[in-house]
Design a protein around this ligand. Structure first.
Ligand code: PBG
Length: 328
């Protein structure tokens, strides 16, 4: 055979790494941590094998376990001791995330990102303050503008507790501006905002809603989260958040939206984050449990594909497991 081009030449083990275009590092990974104010014991999350809700007094231990794997950044989610219509425990000085953030930043070297949203704190489970007639109206539920001031308060309370970065996830129009103004006003101009700029109304969040108790009690999130059919709208959303001062732009979920990650990467020079969500984690685990897939291999391949699509950093429930294999 007279073949000039033989791509196989470089696929030998000795060259494979040398010519690889993408790689994973523990530095790119962010581990989600769930802190639960309703319990004194660590409790496994059934739909997310290997993950737990931990009481506040265990938050530091939990984060130290993450650090041992080589992952240095966590995102904190809180389950409050009580919920009300206004989600008021979300900005309480002695709230669950505020207490955990103080402990973690005082006692560990982890960088702490906090999720800024209301769905875990409202008794109705929506990501904001409700319209007056929301319970009767299936289409319009959250009062966008009334929610902005709450989100700003939550972000400031997280910064006051020592959060290194805040990550608003409620898809409220104007949220980045409102939070940036409030942080600056309170002299937190150095606290960056990672915006969940492009967040789809996805069926892949199911296990998280069990983990964080944040499922809406009625209605759905279609009027604030994005339609999975849209890509141009993703660029529009990202442009709005960039314009309002977002420091990092996130796309969520990740695996079913690799084209969107790639489009956002092309269009913006901001760091791009992707959230490899709970359902994406649960489905690989479920298949591995049945012996149908090799978990480490599919997890590694999935995260690599998210990097290849253009994400600089990845929120993933695989962070600890993959970081451990990378440092072996
Ligand atoms: C909202 C929030 C959610 C997730 C992260 N932040 C839930 C939602 O929008 O329903 C989902 C993460 C996941 O599924 O892993 N506070």
């Amino acid at each position: 055979m007279d073949l000039r081009q033989r791509p196989r030449r470089l696929r030998r083990d000795d060259f494979r790494d040398l010519v690889s275009e993408t790689s994973l590092s523990p530095n790119d990974l962010i581990a989600p941590v769930f802190v639960d104010a309703t319990t004194d014991e660590r409790a496994p999350i059934p739909s997310m094998p290997g993950h737990e809700r931990v009481p506040v007094r265990e938050a530091v231990n939990r984060v130290e376990e993450v650090l041992e794997t080589g992952v240095e950044t966590i995102i904190l989610f809180g389950i409050p001791e009580s919920k009300d219509e206004n989600g008021s425990r979300a900005w309480a000085e002695n709230g669950v995330v505020q207490r955990a953030t103080r402990d973690i930043t005082r006692e560990t070297d982890a960088a702490v990102i906090t999720d800024v949203c209301m769905c875990e704190y409202t008794d109705h489970g929506h990501c904001g303050i409700l319209e007056d007639d929301a319970r009767e109206s299936p289409t319009l539920t959250v009062d966008n503008d009334a929610t902005l001031d709450r989100l700003a308060r939550i972000a400031v309370s997280h910064a006051e507790s020592g959060a290194d970065m805040v990550a608003p996830s409620s898809m409220t129009d104007g949220m980045v501006s409102a939070i940036r103004d409030a942080l600056d006003e309170h002299a937190y101009e150095d606290v960056p905002i990672m915006s969940y700029a492009v967040k789809y109304e996805s069926a892949f969040y199911g296990p998280f809603r069990d983990a964080a108790d944040g499922a809406p009690a009625f209605g759905d999130r279609r009027h604030y989260q994005m339609d999975p059919a849209n890509t141009r709208e993703a660029l529009h959303e990202a442009a709005i958040d960039a314009e309002q001062g977002a420091d990092v732009l996130m796309v969520k979920p990740a695996l079913a939206y690799l084209d969107v990650i790639s489009a956002v990467r092309e269009e913006f020079d901001h760091p791009v984050a992707a959230y490899n969500v709970s359902g994406e984690y649960a489905m690989l685990h479920a298949a591995a449990e049945k012996g149908w897939l090799d978990l480490d291999d599919v997890a590694h391949e999935s995260l690599l594909s998210i990097k290849r699509a253009g994400a600089d950093l990845i929120f993933t429930y695989f962070a600890e497991a993959i970081a451990s294999t990378l440092s072996e």
